[in-house]
Design a protein around this ligand. Sequence first.
Ligand code: MN
Length: 748
Amino acid sequence: MSKGKSPSKTQSTPAKVVASTPEITAKLHAAPTLDDLVKKVLSYNAQAEIGIIRRAYEFSESLHRGQKRSSGEPYIHHPVEVAMILAEYQLDTVTIATGLLHDTVEDTATTLEEIESKFGPEVRTLVDGLTKISKISFRTSEEKQAENFRKMVLAMAKDIRVILIKLADRLHNMRTLEHLRPEKQVMVAQETLDIYSPLANRLGLSAVKIELEDLGLRFTKPEVFYRLVQLVSKKLDERAKYTQDVQAMIQDGLAEHGYSGIQVTGRPKHFYSIHKKMESRNLAFDQIHDMHGFRILVNSIEQCYGALGVIHSIWTPIPGRFKDYIAIPKANMYQSLHTTVIGPGGERIEIQIRTHGMHETAEKGIAAHWAYKEGRPTSSTSDKFTWLNRLVEWNNEFKDPTEFLESVKLDLFAEDVYVFTPKGLVKEFPQGSTPLDFAYSVHTDLGNRCIGAKIDGRLVPLKHKLVSGDTIEILTSPNQKPNKDWLKVVKTSRAKNKIRAFIKTEEFEQSKAMGQVMLEREMKRADIKTKTATKDGTLQKIAESFSLKSLDDLYSEIGYGKLSVHKVISKLNFKNSPIQSEGRGPLQQIFDRAAEKTSSAQVVKVKGIDDLLVRFARCCNPVAGEAVIGFITRGRGISVHRTSCPKILNSDSHRRIEIEWDQTKKAAREIKVRIVSEDRPGLLADLSRTIRDNQVNITRAQIGTTKDKRAVCVFGVDVLDLGQLRKIISTLEGVPGVVSVTRVQKKE
Ligand code: MN
């Protein structure tokens, strides 16, 4: 480009840059005005509603007034330039207006509410999307992370126009990057190469992609860039004759077959792609031959295939290099025929064949389909997929439109969420994932101990659904552990597997501890020394006789209820005194008696094992119907606690075991209630009658008085369950003179 020309006008394709001058420096130029913008919009849409553009300009200008860009220009030049780029893509007025307003919420005192009241909900949504994306900071260029960032941008955008505006914004910032500090230049340029040029590529905006890549290279590796600029322009001069010859041969060949009005152009590769090729294949510049490709623009699809036949009749095609993107378009809607042939002098030549319409799509990608079309109103839809549906209507060539739609949807608006770790890494999760999924993705231990999370300083529960852009900080507690309900909360299979594994291990540990308790208790009853039987290998041998590898396995089999403790004891018994090996000897009888004794207390179920010694803990004395948990004691069976009991909360979690009340077996248990009342005659009679009216047996009673002359009665009552206890308490509260009725927690 010659100096003094507007870079935004001459720099839209690198071909022009190379052909004219090696310098791509964005110079200060006369910034486009509102009038320029309006003229531009009217040039492609004579009925455009210019009012919204004028109002957006005035509002933005008043808000940005006094602000300056790094170049020293008034800030408003930037949004106008961005709007001009969008107008080059012939986009709808809402998009142009948003281009003018894109930095207002982020950089000035206005709010989204104000934007909505002035410009409507559609502009608000677009500005909101842009503001959100601008708040994401990209802190790594690691390839996988970069891909996650790109997906995050897409997931947050919701409306494809947000991305188009963001790309226009980035393009103008890159064109004026030289005004920033050198460190900042490298940072922004790297981010552009990592995030934005691939996005432009994905959306099929090849002109934007090419410019972003070349500018990116210029600021990240200036020495490479300027050397390439020199080499390429020299080489293009040298090869001008060859290029002209090839072009002429194609033209003549097509004309011979009756094709007229066909456009044949040569197109040099852009610097960044040459650089990438040299780097990835470890080639020197001179070894790059296919620096020049040719493009044939025809008038119809039939002509595409016809022209291809002509080319292949002139030169031999290289097998495997033919691609039919007309029959099967790329996900970004790109359509063309690609072939590589052996050209004059044995050189490989790349040729693209497409219609003018396909060419527009190739240059502008998705933007081409947002553009104002003659006789069509500009899009004002909030449905983010409408453009895709429209696209499918237009292109009947698609073999399977639904399949195509699905693939593009997946690609553009993945149903995934992207969130940050506190260190700024991005992690990808399926929609509906929770802090537990996040915690397990970091570390198993973090998951196992997770009690919730903090998102932007706000506490959220385990079942909270993650939202793209959130930064997640996991909260843990050493007392926390996974349970079966967690399986309903998590979405990822990793988390599910980890939770299942934990529960399985825990069940094994619990069963092992329980089995050991059961076996040792019975051994004691049978007068078999546990220590000896363990040390001399007797137990190990018995384990092996049941095809179990270890003692732990033996215990756990007993604990799980898969192996009867009777069977083990009878083997031990046989070993100790062979005479008693058959029938029910004294040992069996002892065992039978023990079972009888414990079964009366068997109102709770422990994993379906019914011959366990169960006791109710003195500390909290639970009653049927209350939430309870078991604790496997050493040698004293299972003690039953209320789940809220402080003692159980501080116990070894491996020894805790889930238990439940057996609904079929009810046994009355003694619970004490304390009644404080006025000391009046007949009180005791009233109280005991009230209790008896509940069909409840009074097991004991204790009466005293307090210093302030109140009566304190403690009754022991046999209650069946929590419901009955509550009823007794509430009826007692109704007795005249009664001040309070409370359950005595501690069993004495
Ligand atoms: Mn901006």
